[in-house]
Design a protein. Structure first.
Length: 46
């Protein structure tokens, strides 16, 4: 999940499992995809 920035679809595909299977496993182990998302700092004027 870290390698894909919390994106469930690409993670499931790279593991060779279905999206629903990964989602069920995440529920089983109480994992939230949001906790794997990488935060990108917003560029702007400070």
């Amino acid at each position: 999940m870290n390698a894909f920035g919390g994106k469930v679809g690409p993670t499931a595909k790279s593991c060779g499992i279905g999206l629903r299977t990964l989602s069920r496993k995440m529920q089983l182990y109480k994992l939230d995809s949001k906790s794997f998302k990488t935060s990108t700092p917003k560029s702007g004027t400070d």
